[in-house]
Design a protein. Structure first.
Length: 437
């Protein structure tokens, strides 16, 4: 009993000391009313229900987003547009015999032959590829392929070592990502079947793939939100063809819309994280792609140094590098093996509370009800369960707009413009040029 009491005393002493430090730490205020004041701009008022423009004819890569001195940013508009966008993508890709159906049948044939399906991409599209793999794998198992091998590979690595068997599916929003196109070319030259999820078959990627699933509408900012969501929704549509289950376009749109509503909650989280020295994001299961995407979005949009850790990995050696200036976000919406994930998440958050992390969460309604609010002092965003959707679809669609909303509000709180991802600064333009060789 002496050991247990001693441990409890240490925890209570640490919590008391952290309470003093956190009370002295500044929290940046960001009100919904002031946050929604429109920036002076000559652009026409944005209609979030209208289809977004596609790429120009002839196809060319996008230029720097038109400058805005404050919110609403292009990112703000794209988040608002996503429920309607997702509905349109689902409805377009539901057509029997269309490209999504064709790709689903090719996936089925590949898996039935005992060959792997490999998804690939870079940056945001790499995270979309990870998400798509979760969705397609579950759909294949629902279709009667319990041992389906659906995996991912980073595009640069795949271009250097194309697979000897199977189907390669590239994801690239605009269709111009050099490494992804090199991966598609290497796979094609090695005799592999290829497909791509991209905005237009007129893009360079479209010319490299045997099957092109078009998402049609183009992200208007460079901190890609639509660029992440579009292929995730397309993967859900492909999964519906593969499994034989219908995909409810209205349910997808409603789930996305629900994730945009708690602006004050997002502002509270952003205000607490804005002064952090760094941010860690933790997740498990099908939530891992969303966790990785949140890290990328935060670094692009708000320039806050961030890193992703798997839920269990976070507890194995990473805590000593953290302190009360560390921000933490848990993403937990996956229904699969939820009880086990929730138990471990509680333990991770308890450890974070002892250290004094600025902890927040993006969670489903059921998780919210089961998780002590004291474990997430920075707040949380709660999304519906999406019971009519397959598990990975509900998780990855449900977390998409909340993670983007937190990012956009964090950019506001830190005084950064998310749209150009810092390429309005000559130093970062030169760095991008150097990276392109």
């Amino acid at each position: 009993h002496r050991v247990a009491v001693s441990r409890d005393q240490r925890v209570h002493q640490a919590l008391a000391a952290n309470a003093v430090r956190q009370a002295a730490a500044p929290t940046l205020a960001l009100s919904s009313d002031s946050a929604q004041e429109p920036t002076m701009t000559s652009e026409a008022a944005f209609d979030p229900t209208a289809p977004l423009a596609g790429p120009p004819e002839p196809w060319e890569s996008t230029s720097t987003p038109s400058p805005r001195s404050g919110a609403p940013y292009h990112m703000t508009d794209m988040i608002a547009a996503e429920p309607g966008l997702a509905r349109r993508i689902v409805e377009r890709l539901a057509v029997p015999g269309g490209a999504a159906d064709e790709l689903a049948q090719t996936i089925r044939a590949t898996l039935e032959a005992g060959d792997p399906v490999i998804l690939t991409g870079c940056g945001t599209s790499e995270h979309a590829a990870l998400a798509a793999a979760e969705i397609v794998r579950e759909a294949a198992r629902a279709a009667g392929s319990p041992n389906a091998v659906v995996t991912t590979e980073q595009a640069f690595e795949l271009s250097l070592a194309p697979p000897t068997r199977g189907l390669v599916i590239g994801i690239t929003h605009e269709g111009a990502t050099t490494a992804t196109n090199a991966a598609l070319r290497a796979a094609r030259d090695a005799g592999r079947s290829t497909a791509v999820l991209t905005v237009s078959r007129r893009s360079p990627a479209g010319a490299l793939a045997g099957i092109v699933v078009e998402t049609d509408e183009l992200d208007q900012g460079w901190c890609h939100t639509v660029g992440y969501l579009s292929p995730v929704v397309a993967a859900a549509a492909i999964g519906a063809h593969l499994s034989g289950r219908s995909l409810d376009a209205a349910a997808v749109a409603d789930l996305l819309a629900a994730g945009t509503r708690d602006e004050r909650g997002a502002e509270r989280i952003a205000g607490t994280l804005a002064g952090a020295s760094n941010l860690l994001v933790i997740a498990s299961g099908a939530d891992r792609p969303a966790g990785r995407e949140l890290v990328l979005k935060v670094e692009e949009a708000s320039w806050l140094p961030s890193a992703y850790r798997d839920l269990e990995t976070f507890l194995h050696g990473h805590l000593p590098a953290t302190d009360t200036s560390t921000g933490l976000v848990l993403v937990l919406t996956d229904r699969e093996r939820r009880a086990e994930r929730l138990t471990r998440a509680r333990q991770a958050l308890a450890a974070a509370r002892v250290i004094g992390h600025r902890a927040a969460a993006i969670v489903s309604a059921e998780v919210d009800a089961a998780l002590d609010p004291a474990l997430t002092p920075a707040g949380r965003l709660v999304v519906p369960e999406g019971p009519g959707l397959p598990g990975p679809v509900a998780a990855l669609i449900g977390s998409a707009t909340p993670l983007q909303l937190v990012t956009e509000r964090l950019a506001r709180a830190r005084g950064t413009n998310p749209d150009p991802i810092r390429r309005d600064d000559p130093v970062y333009v030169a760095a991008s040029d150097a990276a392109d060789g």
